[in-house]
Design a protein around this ligand. Structure first.
Ligand code: NAP
Length: 259
């Protein structure tokens, strides 16, 4: 019999993907299924959760009993109650991957308002901390348990176009993961910081502007291509699989820091 020391690392583990029905989440879910893990998807819309479950089970019919999901609206004023209810349904997990993010709030500094800034934080930072707070009650205190947060290359690499709120959030997520890695040890906590990845997140830009934006990145960035969700999935897998990694930021960004 051949050895499977590496490919079996995630087999049988339960991984909750918060914001797991978007482009990145679906790729991470596919990878986890291929590595034998059980995937629990969550996002604000039940129809979308069910749609993604159906699509994943069509692609991986043998994994039907390893894919499930529940809606949980993180933008609601009742966010903490929603999260408590989510974990009551989900039960024990080995890993939590937090990748929920609503429409990109790119606005020039002069248009930032208190309300807009609070709204921008609700899903990306406020709910993230609450998911960790509630979720750790459902995790073993073990270095094989982990939490992965999602930041962005904007925390290190400024770009034009109204990114100040997101730069602060991205930098804050890196700091939060470091602090939580310390506070929650031996549970590991890491951040994945994506550069631009071609998913629906960029849909709000409109086709023409998005195509020009991607083309410009392809000309500038060392890899010559905008990142794909299946590329980025590797960064999340790494954080889950390396039981020696905690308090770090894993970058996957087409080499944008070099230019
Ligand atoms: N794609 C990139 O270039 C890029 C770069 C840097 C960082 N990121 C970050 O990486 C994460 C994943 O990105 P993506 O490209 O996969 O984005 P996406 O396709 O827009 O997916 C976002 C996910 O968040 C969920 N979500 C949105 N509002 C929510 C709410 N109120 N409550 C619960 N879930 C909510 C969405 O589902 P519902 O809408 O159904 O709720 C979806 O599952 C995001 O946090 C994004 O900001 C992405």
């Amino acid at each position: 019999m051949s050895l499977a020391r590496f490919t079996s690392k995630l087999a049988g583990q339960r991984v909750l993907l918060v914001g797991g029905t978007g482009g990145v989440g679906i790729s991470v879910a596919q990878a986890l299924i291929e590595f034998g893990a059980s995937v629990i998807l969550s996002s604000s819309r039940e129809t979308k959760v069910n749609q993604v479950i159906t699509s994943l089970t069509n692609d991986y019919p043998d994994a039907r009993d390893r894919v499930s999901g529940h809606s949980c609206d993180l933008a609601s004023p009742n966010v903490e109650e929603n999260i408590e209810n989510l974990f009551k349904k989900v039960g024990e997990v080995d890993h939590i991957v937090y990748m929920a993010g609503d429409r990109l709030p790119t606005v020039p500094l002069e248009e930032i308002t208190l309300k807009g800034w609070q709204k921008c934080n609700q899903v990306r930072t406020i709910a993230a901390i609450l998911v960790v707070k509630v979720g750790t009650k459902y995790m073993k205190k073990d270095r094989n348990s982990s939490i992965v947060l999602t930041g962005g290359s904007i925390s290190e690499k400024p770009i034009a176009g109204g990114w100040s709120m997101l730069a602060l959030i991205g930098a804050g997520i890196n700091g939060l993961a470091r602090q939580l890695a310390f506070d929650l040890a031996p549970i590991r906590v890491n951040t994945v910081a994506p550069g631009v990845i071609a998913t629906d997140l960029w849909q709000g830009m409109g086709d023409e502007v998005r195509e020009a934006f991607f083309k410009d990145l392809e000309e500038k960035n060392p890899t010559g291509q905008v990142g794909q969700a299946e590329d980025l999935a590797e960064a999340y897998l790494y954080c889950l699989r390396d039981a020696n990694a905690t308090g770090i930021v894993v970058n996957s960004n087409s080499g944008t820091f070099l230019v």
